[in-house]
Design a binder for this molecule. Sequence first.
Ligand code: ATP
Ligand code: MG
Length: 573
Amino acid sequence: MRLSQVLITTLREDPADAEIPSHKLLVRGGYIVKIASGIYTYGPLMWRTLKKVTAIVREELDRESAQEVMMPMMHPKELWVSSGRWERYVADGIMFTLKDQKGTEYCLGPTHEEVITAYADQAINSYKQLPVNLYQIQDKFRDEIRPRYGLMRGREFIMMDAYSFDVDEAGLDVSYAAMDRAYRRIFERCGLQFRSVQADAGAIGGSGSEEFMVLAEAGEDTILYCEESGYAANVEKADSVPAAAPADPGSAPLDRRETPDVRTVEQLEAFFGMPAAAMAKTVLYEVTWTDREGVAAVMMRGDLDINEVKLVNALDCLAVTLASDETIQKVTGAEVGFAGPIGLPEDVVLLADKTLEGRQNLLTGCNETGYHCLNVQMGRDCRMPEFRDLRVAKAGEMSPDGAGPLRQARGIEVGHIFKLGTKYSTNMDATFMAESGKPTPFVMGCYGIGVSRTAQAAVEQNHDERGICWPAPIAPFECAVVCVDVKKPEQVELAEKLYAELRDLGIDACLDDRPLRPGPKFKDLELLGFPFSITVGRGAVDGMVEYGVRRTGEKTDVAAADAVTAVRAALGR
Ligand code: ATP
Ligand code: MG
C-alpha cells in the first residue's frame, strides 16, 4: 500500500482521557478514534493489526481442530432465563438490554454460553458427534462501570469465544489441554510476554480455570508467582503459607475487659501488648444471594486481610459489600469497632478463615461498646464458625507448595480458559444420546481471548518514548519503504523498485510516498511503529539506502539489495 492513499491522521498531543502509554499512542497514531465511552472505530491501520491477530487466532485454533461458527449478537431473554443468568446480569448492570417493537426483550451478547448451548442441543444428537469445539470472533457488549484505557476495557470489543463439548470429564480435560496449547502459541506469535495463572473459578469452582496475563505495570490484575516452583495465580485465587500464629497456651476462661475507645487492630496491639496475629477481627458484610439478602460476619486473624472474591465463593452469593455503620450497630448492638463472634443473632452467617481453625484464646470484640474479650474459644463462647480459605495471599509469604517466596506482578488478562462442566447443559437441559442410550448433559469448557485488548496489550509492552514498536507478526506493515523526497525521480524510482521487490518476496511492505518534509515524516513513522524501514534519500543516486530497525533505533547505510536481504533475515523469510 502507498501511505499517500492510506487514511493516517496523527496527533501531537496526548488525548486528555488517556492514562496509559498504549492508549495514548494508539489515539495519537490515529489507530483508534473514540465514538462514545468505551466504543471505538478502528482505523485502517488498526484494522490491519486486528486482522493479523485474528488470523493467528484462527490458525492456532484450527490446528487444534476447533471449528469457526458465527452466532447472533442479539439474544432473546428467555435463553438467559433458562440458564438462570438473566437476573444476575441485569442486576450487575453489565448487560445491554433492548426490546423489539412487540415488547419482547433481548440482550446484546456479553458472552455466548446460552446461545452455544442452545445450538449444541439442536445440532448435536449423539456421542458419535463428540468431541466438538466451536468458536467465533465477534463483538461483545458489556456496560462496564468504568470503561477506560482505550481498548483495554471497552463496552463494545472484539472477543474470540470458544466452547467445547465432550461426553465426560476426561474428554473435557483433553479439550482444555488443547486450548491451553493453542493459547500459548497464539500469545507467543503475537510477540507478547505472558504468564498463565490459576484463576478464580467462581462458586462452581473446582475443576479448572486459567488466565493468560500479559505482564505490564498498567495491568488491572495482580499476580502472585513463585520463581522456584512456577506456581502462579491471580491474587483473587492465590493461596500461600502465612506467617505462623503465636503459640496458644491451652484453654483459659473467657476474660471480658474494658477497652474504652480501643477499636482498631493497631490500637488493640498497643493496649494489650499483643501481636495482631493473636487476635481475630470480625468484619461484617451485607450479602446478596439470588433469592435473599442478609449479613455475614467474617473472622480473620488480625494480621491478615479478607479476600472478597473468596468470600463470595464461600457464601455462594452474588455480591458482598462491607456493612454500613447502621447495619453494624443493628446487628452487634454496639458501636463500630467492637464487633465480635459472641452472641451474634442466629440469622447472621458466621465464617472464619482457616488460619483460625483450632485456635483458642483469641482476642475479639464482644459486641458491646467499650469492651473486648480475651481467651475467646470458638464453639465454647460463641457458635462454631464455618472455616474456609478467605485470606488474601501476599507477596513475601511462602508459596503454597513451600518452594519459595511469592513475588508480585501486574498483568493484563488477555485470555481465559475455563472448565464449565455441566452447569449450562444441566440448567438448559441440553443433552446428547450417550453410548448407554441415555440422554446425557454435555460436559463443557469455555474459552475467551480479548482480541482488541490483546492488540493494545502488545503496544503496552512494545513502545518507547517516540512511539509504538509493533511485534512484526501483528504490525500493520512489516516494513516501510520511505521515499524521502517524492520530487526526486531517482528516489521515487528506487523506492518503487524496493517496494515491489519486498512485496514479491511476500513481505507486507508499504511505500511511504507522502509529500511531507523529512522531519514530520520520520516522527510519524516512529509513532506508527512499523518494525523495519528502508529509507531512500540522497544516496539513491549511488544505489545506497538506510536500513532501520524501529525497536533498537539502529540505522545503517547499505546498498539497496543488502537492505532487502536484511529485512528478509530479520523476518526470517
Ligand atoms: P475482566 O476481568 O478484565 O473484566 P472478564 O474476566 O470479565 O474480564 P471474560 O468473560 O473472561 O472477561 O472474557 C474473555 C476475555 O475478553 C478476557 O480475558 C479479556 O481479554 C476480554 N475482555 C473482557 N472484558 C473486556 C472489555 N471490557 N474490553 C476488552 N476486552 C475484554
Ligand atoms: Mg476472565
